[in-house]
Design a protein around this ligand. Structure first.
Ligand code: NI
Length: 222
C-alpha cells in the first residue's frame, strides 16, 4: 500500500496553514518518538497546545473527513490528532518504524501512516519521504496539499533538508480493516467501481456494490 492523494487541502487551506505555522511555537520532535526512533529523529514539531495547532488540526482532520479517496484507502476507525512537523536545513529523520500504539494510555493502534505535504517542493531541497518496502525504496515528495498513505508496518525515513523549510502534517490511523492486503483489495475494488460507474447498468453496479459491502462485512471491525 502506497497511495498518493492529490488536493486533500485547497490552495487557500495550504496558505492558511503555512501562515499559522510560520508563527507557531515548536519543540524538539523527540518528545513524540519512542526511545529507539528518538535516537534518529532530528526535527521540530508544533507544540500540541500552540495556538496554530488549535487552528490547523481541526482543518486538516476535516479535510480528511470529506476526502472520498482517503476514506476508501484508509477505512478509518480512529484518526490521531496530527503532528505538524518542521525540518529546517540539516534536519532529518533516520530509518524507523512508527510506534504500534499511541496515546498515554494507548488509545489507537497505528495501521496506516500519512504525510500531508504543506510546503511547496520548490521551497526546499531534500526532505523526501523514503518508504522502505521489502523489495524496493519509494521516494515521495508531493505538491503542497497532497498526501501519501502507507502501511505503518513499513520502515521509513526523511532525507536531510539542504535548503529551505519542509512543513508537513503527520497522521496515524487505526483502520476498520487491520490487514493491509484486505484493505488493498477493498481499495482496488472501490476504485474500479468508481471508474466503471458511468459505463455499466444499474444492476451491474448493484452487484459490484454488493460484493464490496459483503467483503467489508467480513473484514471490518468497528
Ligand atoms: Ni515515522
Amino acid at each position: 500500500m502506497l497511495i498518493q492523494i492529490p488536493n486533500v487541502l485547497t490552495k487557500d487551506e495550504v496558505e492558511y496553514a503555512l501562515r499559522e505555522l510560520k508563527q507557531g511555537a515548536y519543540e524538539d520532535g523527540k518528545v513524540s518518538a519512542g526511545e529507539i526512533a528518538g535516537q534518529v529523529k532530528q526535527n521540530l514539531q508544533l507544540k500540541r497546545d500552540a495556538e496554530a495547532m488549535k487552528k490547523c488540526a481541526p482543518m486538516l482532520l476535516a479535510a480528511l473527513k470529506r476526502n472520498a479517496e482517503f476514506q476508501a484507502a484508509a477505512l478509518p476507525l480512529k484518526i490521531r490528532d496530527p503532528l505538524l512537523n518542521r525540518y529546517d536545513v540539516g534536519m532529518t529523520y533516520g530509518l524507523h518504524v512508527d510506534n504500534a500504539l499511541m496515546g498515554e494510555p494507548a488509545t489507537i493502534r497505528t495501521d496506516v501512516s500519512g504525510t500531508l505535504f504543506l510546503s511547496s517542493p520548490q521551497d526546499y531541497d531534500g526532505g523526501e519521504l523514503v518508504i522502505q518496502e521489502i523489495s524496493a525504496q519509494r521516494r515521495v515528495k508531493l505538491p503542497a496539499g497532497c498526501m501519501v498513505l502507507y502501511a505503518s508496518t513499513n520502515s521509513h525515513r526523511v532525507e536531510p533538508v539542504t535548503r529551505g523549510t519542509r512543513l508537513a502534517g503527520i497522521f496515524w490511523i487505526q483502520s476498520m480493516v487491520r490487514d493491509e492486503t484486505k484493505r488493498d483489495i477493498l481499495f482496488d475494488l472501490n476504485q474500479i467501481m468508481d471508474s466503471v460507474d458511468k459505463k455499466i447498468d444499474p444492476a451491474e453496479k448493484m452487484a459490484l456494490a454488493s460484493i464490496y459491502h459483503n467483503l467489508l462485512r467480513q473484514w471490518a471491525e468497528t
